[in-house]
Design a protein around this ligand. Structure first.
Ligand SMILES: CC(C)(COP(=O)(O)OP(=O)(O)OC[C@H]1O[C@@H](n2cnc3c(N)ncnc32)[C@H](O)[C@@H]1OP(=O)(O)O)[C@@H](O)C(=O)NCCC(=O)NCCS
Length: 147
């Protein structure tokens, strides 16, 4: 397994990977246009994992100079428990830390087994915060739980 910087040409295979997890939310931000714009702004924190020539994992992260945010950590099912998720998170955390970011956040559905993965990686669940959302363009995702 090797990890490379994420590139626009990875998009199609990444969408296949993300779509393979039913609970994984894909929104308008995951259009090719949205994906490309995100990489233009945050490419330094986004990584793709390859096994031979096949895309088997991903992590995207962005920052606003105060906090970092993690998106689309995913590893192909056949590769779970192979250390790929940990290696991807280490890459993006190192890049964010080197950019001066002190703290990172992520949104996760409350029954996602990946919570245990994150706990092992040093994350802690927050019971003191409630997430609030407001749709600014269209109403497609209002009330569906989509982030
Ligand atoms: C979360 C995910 C990326 C983990 O990837 P992975 O490659 O299987 O993780 P790793 O092999 O690097 O695991 C690192 C550690 O976490 C543990 N771990 C991984 N998944 C776990 C789980 N579901 N429950 C408990 N522990 C878990 C591993 O055993 C390992 O422990 P160790 O360091 O003591 O050996 C993967 O399960 C996945 O793609 N899930 C579906 C997508 C998803 O829900 N992503 C999160 C969206 S917020």
């Amino acid at each position: 397994m090797n990890i490379q910087s994420m590139k626009p040409e990875h998009y199609e295979h990444l969408m296949e990977l993300w779509s393979s997890f039913p609970g994984n939310t894909l929104t308008g931000a995951d259009s090719l246009e949205g994906f490309t714009l995100f990489l233009e702004r945050n490419g330094a924190y986004c990584f793709t994992a390859f096994e031979s020539d096949e895309i088997v994992g991903s992590v995207m992260a962005g920052e606003d100079s105060r906090r970092g945010y993690i998106y689309h950590l995913a590893v192909k099912k056949e590769m779970h428990r192979s250390g790929t998720g940990k290696a991807l998170m280490n890459r993006t955390e190192t890049a964010l830390r080197n950019a001066g970011i002190e703290k990172i956040h992520l949104l996760i559905i409350s029954n996602n087994p990946a919570i245990e993965f994150y706990k092992k990686a040093g994350w802690h669940p927050r019971d003191d915060i409630k997430v609030m959302s407001k749709v600014l363009r269209g109403d497609r995702y209002m009330g569906t739980g989509k982030s």
